[in-house]
Design a protein around this ligand. Structure first.
Ligand SMILES: *[C@@H]1O[C@H](CO)[C@@H](O)[C@H](O)[C@H]1NC(C)=O
Ligand SMILES: *[C@@H]1O[C@H](CO)[C@@H](O)[C@H](O)[C@H]1NC(C)=O
Ligand SMILES: *[C@@H]1O[C@H](CO)[C@@H](O)[C@H](O)[C@H]1NC(C)=O
Ligand SMILES: *[C@@H]1O[C@H](CO)[C@@H](O)[C@H](O)[C@H]1NC(C)=O
Length: 373
């Protein structure tokens, strides 16, 4: 039998109000899609029970995606990807962080941004080579470390240094920073906060490169131990099993810190999205966070879910630009966001989210590191 890529199985439904994607839903067809999907994503299940459980979730997800595509037609497209065997609940638990409120910082943390020129219609730091390649956090909640490192990489390149990949794993392994007053802590594979991670890098005095201290905790290649200072009250119980030889104590090598790279401090940008746009141009790619509940199957378009809670953040990402999407139905201002779910996810690893109305809290936790000159 000829091997048909999944895309040919997908139906494009055309309506007067736009085209949208629908997957077939009969068992035969879904089984066929599942078969190709397993090959594409190297999915191997330990036994038949696991496989049929995953298949049932996959089938439910296909129905769910079809519903989303109907509901959001003309706006946002959804489709199967590496997360198609996780129910939305499992996705929330494994990949996203526990939902939590954004802390408000002391007023002196906020940068005073004065707009000197009108905003351009669009802006993108990728055009200026200030953004490294899209990474993949794998199956754990380490987005916060990717968001932090993405910001630091941009700040470094903005100093005229050559753009390069810095270590995310170092932060995951070594950063157990907590803020007792704000009741927030960095919890390794169970989530954390970029503003606390800047504090860690500042205290530690440097960061290794991605190549010297490679990412492994989400890829099943290592089982890292909780960082020093890991707060069980705020983070929950630590991982039950860990490899001492894969911990920060065993791996951190200060002689390999990127020469000259030091975090002096960090600052925040207030919630006004006009201010954030000026801030982005002035400061570089910014660390942001959002409620990402519905982002699991995002494929393209401007993300603007009906139900999401701007006060309950569960995912940290990197804001790299903004623009306006023009469609038959009008124009939609958006933020361009770098995610850490691999290049195959979304729009080559990126997504667009509605700009100007505090969508999913994207404007509530905007921060950047300040590097030593
Ligand atoms: C970062 O790592 C990726 C993947 O290994 C590589 O393709 C890229 O060239 C590296 N550098 C930058 C600046 O993205
Ligand atoms: C952990 O966090 C709790 C709650 O904020 C705090 O009361 C406690 O002192 C922290 N524990 C340690 C060991 O820092
Ligand atoms: C840690 O030990 C395991 C098992 O002995 C080994 O497979 C792994 O490569 C070691 N990791 C490092 C960083 O040495
Ligand atoms: C955001 O800031 C802009 C420019 O400073 C101002 O014109 C606008 O009224 C502010 N929006 C809100 C919602 O405060």
């Amino acid at each position: 039998m000829a091997v048909l890529p999944v895309i040919f199985i997908l139906l494009l439904v055309s309506l007067s109000n736009g085209e949208y994607l629908q997957y077939p839903e009969t068992d035969d067809e879904v089984q066929e899609i599942f078969r190709f999907w397993k090959i594409e994503h190297d999915k191997i299940y330990p036994n038949e029970q696991e496989e049929s459980k995953s298949y049932r979730t996959f089938k439910d997800n296909i129905q769910y995606i079809n519903e989303l595509n109907t509901l959001y037609r003309g706006k946002t497209g959804f489709g199967i990807n590496q997360f198609a065997d996780l129910s939305p609940k499992e996705f929330q638990k494994k990949i996203l962080m526990p939902k939590r409120q954004a802390p408000a910082f002391d007023s002196k943390r906020y940068v005073n941004i004065k707009a000197s020129a009108p905003l351009p219609e669009s802006y993108d730091w990728r055009d200026k080579n200030m953004v490294t390649s899209v990474k993949d956090q794998g199956s754990v909640g380490t987005c916060w470390a990717f968001s932090t490192v993405g910001n630091i990489e941009g700040q470094w390149a903005l100093q005229g240094k050559s753009l390069s990949n810095f270590s995310v794993e170092q932060i995951v392994d070594c950063d157990g920073t907590e803020d007792v007053k704000l009741k927030k802590a960095d919890c390794g594979v169970f989530g954390g906060w970029p503003f606390l991670a800047y504090e860690y890098v500042k205290r530690q005095g440097g960061l290794e490169s991605w190549d010297d201290y490679a990412y492994c905790s989400g890829t099943g290649k290592c089982f890292t131990c909780p960082a020093q200072g890991y707060n069980k009250t705020l983070c929950g119980p630590p991982v039950e099993y860990c490899q001492k030889n894969e911990s920060c104590e065993a791996k951190l090598d200060k002689s390999k810190f990127v020469p000259g790279l030091r975090v002096d401090d960090w600052q925040a940008v207030d919630q006004n999205e006009t201010t954030i746009a000026h801030g982005l141009i002035l400061l570089g790619p910014l660390s942001v966070a959002l409620d990402a509940s519905l982002l699991q199957f995002y494929k393209f378009g401007v993300y603007s879910p009906i139900s999401c809670n701007p006060k309950l953040l569960d995912h940290a990402v990197l804001m790299v630009g903004f623009g306006v999407e023009k469609t038959l139905f009008g124009s939609k201002p958006y933020w361009m966001i770098k995610n850490s779910w691999g290049e195959k996810w979304g729009e080559k690893g990126y997504f667009k989210i509605k700009r100007g109305s505090g969508t999913c809290g994207i404007n509530t936790q905007v921060t950047t590191a300040i590097l030593a000159k």
